[in-house]
Design a protein around this ligand. Structure first.
Ligand SMILES: Cc1cc2nc3c(=O)[nH]c(=O)nc-3n(C[C@H](O)[C@H](O)[C@H](O)COP(=O)(O)OP(=O)(O)OC[C@H]3O[C@@H](n4cnc5c(N)ncnc54)[C@H](O)[C@@H]3O)c2cc1C
Length: 558
């Protein structure tokens, strides 16, 4: 329901004012945020007690998806409702929540998040900004320069990280207009030109002592936990962007004639349309599966205990990183092909294709670059396995036994997507083998082998996407009628073939970097066994999905 309100809001309120927004008129974005607040769209994740709706993460994702209708507004919206508001939702004192959250939910105040600095963003803990207690003990005095604050130009609040006494990484709530606080110039960005991005300058800035957020020295808990939420919601936003671009491609493609035909008659154009829709389907599948798992885990959280809630979200940090990387890369594929499908018209401002393309690019950079998130996937899996929270090593050992004892007998189940279920099971074995082999070879030194970790992250991500797409189709497609079931089946079968190809390539590169000789030959034989599959005609499957997109006038799945 909130997704529908948001879609209507974007269509009726935000889109007609696109040119004003893109001219970076702060008052337009403020006004739109206020209207979104009046509709309840700013308080999705703010508890009811503080003026919000206190809805679940799936609802939050639906709203993020719809807000992607306009990239700049989406970034302003997510900057305010996500990284700008959630630190106080999860870490604020009662007084802080009462003071800020109702105004954040209504849109009366807009928030921003200030973690990055010029010399430290990926390695945010290396921050140079410093906070010391004033001689009378009543205030914090902050010095330093933060960078890249989304919403800075019109924000009332800056959630800011600095080191107490230059040592203890901590978080502060800085109100606009506090003494010693000023802003640098707007960044001249490639895309999302209607969003404000400015530095925050702290020059003996004075803020009240009670504006410390959370505990001294525990700022990393706020920074990293809030980013987990930001990452899977970014996944929802970029999936919305991908679906939007597919709609633009269908509309343009049908009307554009070449060689006496609409260009959508051509096989290579159908390939693009089919592949875009299939990848968007995989994106949607991992976003909503992750949000659903987090919601189920949160349902068991102690009432009114934000720390427990955060711990339960943190249990899905690996999935949050995978969603962020996978979906943002799908979006970049989709918008790049959107420009291509528009030909010259894709490269000029008269059509939205070039804006989609420019707006999309930043998603691989912020909320942790995709490289940093790739490193987090194996890093956090190994950490959890070491703590005994995940039975990764036990499963890897069992797999090693299977390697030496020969193949288990293959299932001959031929039900709906049974072959893809077998591929998923094989893909999981590949992932386990890769991780087991790499940990066995390098132990603690594995962190020095980023290329190997990166290949593993790609195997894990494709496996997660494949399993999510298969499970979703099995669970929901049949209930949506025969046509939709056949269409989702085609999409999943096509995705499975290609995902297995990608998994095979990444795994082979990883294994060849870890071992050689007989051991490598053994691993490669196992890889061949785990990725064994019948070859299917993906050209026909993609065409089937493309034709459905043409008939539906846009994204056809789901
Ligand atoms: C439009 C926009 C809005 C933003 N909004 C905000 C905001 O609201 N709040 C905020 O705090 N920040 C914000 N940021 C900052 C953003 O989070 C950082 O730009 C991002 O984290 C990357 O940091 P960096 O720019 O310093 O790049 P660097 O950290 O210098 O990275 C440069 C390259 O090196 C790679 N790299 C770095 N370290 C490693 C490593 N250990 N292993 C492998 N590769 C590595 C990176 O992946 C990247 O490819 C925003 C940025 C932009 C562009």
């Amino acid at each position: 329901m909130v997704g529908n309100s948001d879609a209507e809001f974007m269509e009726k309120e935000a889109m007609p004012r696109l040119n004003e927004s893109l001219a970076l008129k702060y008052e337009t974005t403020r006004e739109l945020l206020k209207k979104a607040g009046d509709l309840g769209l700013l308080g999705i994740e703010i508890p009811e007690a503080y003026g919000g709706l206190g809805l679940d993460k799936v609802s939050g994702c639906l709203v993020s998806e719809k807000s992607a209708r306009e990239g700049s507004f989406a970034v302003s919206y997510m900057g305010h409702t996500g990284i700008g508001s959630l630190p106080i939702v999860y870490f604020g004192t009662e007084a802080q929540k009462k003071k800020y959250l109702p105004k954040f939910a209504s849109g009366e105040w807009v928030s921003s998040y200030s973690l990055s600095e010029a010399s430290s963003a990926s390695d945010a803990m290396n921050a140079k900004a410093k906070a010391v207690l004033s001689p009378d003990g009543k205030s914090w005095i902050l010095n330093g320069e933060k960078m890249w604050l989304t919403n800075a130009g019109f924000a009332d609040v800056y959630i800011t990280f600095a080191k107490v006494d230059g040592e203890h990484f901590s978080c502060f709530i800085i109100d606009k207009g506090s003494p010693g606080v000023s802003l640098g110039a707007e960044e001249k960005k490639t895309g999302i030109k209607g969003s404000s991005t400015r530095p925050l300058i702290l020059s003996d800035a004075v803020i009240p002592k009670e504006n410390l957020l959370g505990e001294i020295g525990k700022g990393h808990k706020i920074a990293f936990n809030i980013l987990n939420v930001g990452r899977f919601k970014l996944g929802a936003g970029v999936t919305g962007g991908a679906k939007l671009a597919i709609g633009a491609c269908v509309a343009y493609g049908k009307s554009r004639q070449a060689f006496g035909h609409p260009i959508t008659d051509f096989g290579l154009v159908k390939h693009k349309l089919g592949e875009m829709a299939i990848q968007a389907y995989a994106s949607e599948s991992i976003v909503y599966r992750t949000a659903g798992m987090i919601d189920r885990n949160l349902a068991g959280a102690a009432a009114g205990d934000p720390a427990d809630a955060l711990k339960r979200i943190e249990e899905y940090d690996v999935e949050c990183s995978m969603v962020k990387v996978f979906c943002s890369e799908v979006l970049d594929y989709v918008v790049d092909e959107t420009v291509q499908l528009h030909g010259g018209a894709g490269y000029v401002e008269d059509y939205p294709a070039e804006r989609y393309w420019r707006d999309a690019r930043v998603n691989r950079i912020f909320e942790g670059t995709n490289e940093i998130n790739r490193m987090l996937v194996p890093g956090r899996l190994i950490r959890r396995a070491m703590k005994g929270e995940l039975p990764v090593f036990q499963k890897a050992m069992a797999l090693m036994e299977e390697l030496t004892s020969g193949p288990a007998s293959a299932s001959d189940d031929d039900g709906f997507l049974a072959a893809e279920v077998r591929m998923t099971s094989g893909a999981k074995k590949v992932a386990l083998m890769c991780l087991g082999v790499a940990v066995q070879k390098f132990g603690q030194e594995l962190t020095d082998h980023q290329e190997i970790l990166g290949h593993f992250a790609d195997v894990a991500m494709e496996t997660y996407a494949l399993e999510s797409a298969v499970l979703r189709a099995q669970k929901h497609a049949l209930a949506k009628g025969e046509d939709q079931a056949r269409l989702q089946e085609a999409a999943v079968r096509c995705f499975a073939q290609d995902a297995m190809d990608r998994i095979e390539v990444s795994a082979r590169r990883l294994l060849a970097a870890v071992d050689e000789g007989d051991m490598l030959r053994t691993y490669l034989a196992a890889l061949k066994r785990f990725t064994k599959r019948d070859v299917v005609n993906t050209v026909a499957l993609r065409r089937q999905v493309a034709d459905a997109a043409l008939e539906a006038g846009g994204y056809p799945l789901g």
